[in-house]
Design a protein around this ligand. Sequence first.
Ligand code: CA
Length: 222
Amino acid sequence: MARILLVEDDPALSRGIIAVLKAAGHAAHCAKDGETALLLADAEPCSLVILDIGLPDISGFEVLKRLRARGSKTPILILSARDHVTDRVKGLDLGADDYLLKPFNARELGARVRALLRRDGGDPCPVLVIGNLTIDRSRATAEVCGRPLQLRRREWAVLDRLTAKVGDVVSKERLIAEVFNYDDAVARNTVEVYVARLRRKLEPDGPAIKTLKGLGYMLQAS
Ligand code: CA
């Protein structure tokens, strides 16, 4: 169980988010404006802050800036209807750990909360969130923006290897070894075919799979 501070001025949305957090076994306390959020963050240490940007007094960006200026290292998840890339970049540059666009799916919120708490040393969890992609290793399923991907067994296996090393290069040889069990009959271009199919299934909102000539593939978070 984690203590989570929710900063959200919309009462209906706030109730919905608190229900999601409680269902996951967390204790949530809520601030309806930025100044209250800063007071609560000081008074009661928490494991995660979920922060709306459009608040009635100071903006969520300002709350974020002041929390980080005070040296707070608490993970912060921004919730915002502002989908412009400059807002996302601003939030992340100011020290947010993740950015979720409104309206969002309750399951995705749950998965991102798990991911952030895990990063902070919380319970290990088989669900991994990379940008708009959520994968659940225990069920071998993947979703992009809440849309389930129909993956064949080896497509799943390739995706699983790439997500395990997100931001790093995974060589073709390694994919042949781990996904195709060193099957020599697997031509190198078979791997290319699987990667190409996977790319199509991840498009347009999922993470990109970059080809690094002569080296292999890399899954990019954004
Ligand atoms: Ca708001």
